[in-house]
Design a protein around this ligand. Structure first.
Ligand code: GDD
Ligand code: MN
Length: 359
């Protein structure tokens, strides 16, 4: 097998036949490139997409395989990794299933790749000659351009030659991808691959087309995942943990303020606020910091119990320690509080990484 074409799909039933037809026309026999190629669909759909794929596969001029996942681990990114792992060929095209990535461009990707001097060829909307006209509206175009600029600024070396790190259309030598190292979440799988290790990159421009049918699965939620991914890639889990801790602190103060305004006793307000923040932080950490460690860790209630116990113990222990520091040392209460908060942050992070989410 010379080329595998990995297509992640989520409810793309009306697009499958047309996609397979156009891909086959490009890579196959006479008029096409004459490659020995296959299509691997990695599907997380809740509609009839898997049935449609099986039907189309039966009449297709090239091998069409279906991996249907019952649990959509890692979303789009997870599906791409699963497809790369299952592919027959080492050269793998990754493309969307809605025909926004014109199959005819596989030819340009393959030609560039065949020179043999790069690990990945990226189909770019932002390289000379490329366009992003298929982005649904002006807001989407702006968000895309702005996040591309921010991302490139955050990875100035790795993304030096990459004008479109968020594209979902590329040809990669899958031997250069270390699947276990990747933490796919959501849409930006190429960024994840490029940021983790230095690869030799080339780009070819392409026109991002309109969707053939159906609608985009991009969402604000995906946007939040993207921001979490960026921070985690750049600064590691600890920074996300810190951001969530910071948000928690702000929420804590706000709750105390609101409750005391309502006439609630200060001590009661402080306790309610502290416990609410502990629970809120736990939920955010589960979702955005340790999501890739949940599976191998203990059950969610045990994780919660450990986290809850630790945070309460920490709050209780910290106060007498501050008092001790102030009475025995020569530090002010403010400085003592600040020191203990910083130490507590690191201890809390260690405790969560090593105990709460221990495999
Ligand atoms: N298996 C699987 N699981 N596939 C998914 C999932 C999922 O959870 N979510 C989306 N997909 C599939 C869709 O079915 C489609 O084939 C492809 O991934 C892209 O999804 P769209 O919903 O069409 O996203 P888009 O067009 O808004 O975003 C595309 O362009 C972005 C750049 O603007 C994607 O290529 C993004 O990766 C890209 O960043
Ligand atoms: Mn799309």
């Amino acid at each position: 097998m010379q080329l595998s074409i990995v297509v992640p799909t989520y409810n793309e039933a009306p697009n499958i036949a047309e996609l397979v037809r156009r891909v086959a026309a490009v890579v196959d026999g006479r008029a096409g490139m004459g490659l020995d190629a296959e299509i691997v669909f990695v599907d997380d759909s809740t509609d009839t997409t898997p049935e449609v794929i099986r039907e189309v596969a039966a009449g297709a001029p090239l091998p069409v395989r279906l991996i249907h996942r019952e649990r959509a681990v890692g979303g789009l990114g997870g599906a791409v990794i699963a497809g790369l792992e299952a592919a027959e060929a080492d050269a793998c095209v990754v493309m969307d299933g809605d025909l926004q990535h014109p199959p005819e461009e596989i030819r340009a990707l393959w030609h560039r790749f065949s020179r043999g001097d790069v690990d990945v060829v990226i189909a770019s909307r932002y390289a000379g000659g490329g366009t992003s006209s298929g982005l649904a509206d002006r807001t989407r175009v702006m968000v895309s351009k702005a996040s591309t600029a921010v991302t490139r600024a955050m990875f100035p070396i790795r993304l030096k030659d990459v004008s479109d790190p968020m594209t979902g259309f590329f040809l990669i030598d899958r031997r250069t991808v270390e699947a276990e190292q990747l933490k796919p979440r959501g849409f930006k799988i190429l960024l994840e691959i490029l940021a983790r290790r230095p690869l030799r990159v080339a780009e070819v421009p392409f026109d991002f087309a309109d969707r053939h049918a159906g609608e985009s699965k991009a969402s604000v939620r995906q946007g939040v995942h993207f921001l979490a991914q960026l921070t985690a890639l750049r600064f590691g889990k600890m920074s996300l943990f810190a951001i969530i801790g910071g948000l928690g602190a702000i929420a804590n103060v706000a709750i105390v303020w609101a409750l005391t305004q309502l006439g609630v006793d200060y001590i009661v307000a402080a306790i309610v606020a502290a416990e609410a923040t502990i629970v809120g932080n736990f939920l955010l950490q589960e979702r955005f910091v340790f999501q890739d460690m949940r599976e191998s860790a203990s059950g969610v209630w045990l994780r919660f119990a450990k986290s809850f116990a630790f945070n309460n113990a920490e709050a209780l222990v910290r106060i007498p320690i501050v008092a001790m520091m102030v009475s025995t040392g020569h530090v002010s209460a403010v400085l003592a509080t600040a020191i203990t908060l910083v130490v507590a942050f690191f201890v809390r992070f260690l405790f969560h990484s090593l105990v709460v989410y221990a495999p």
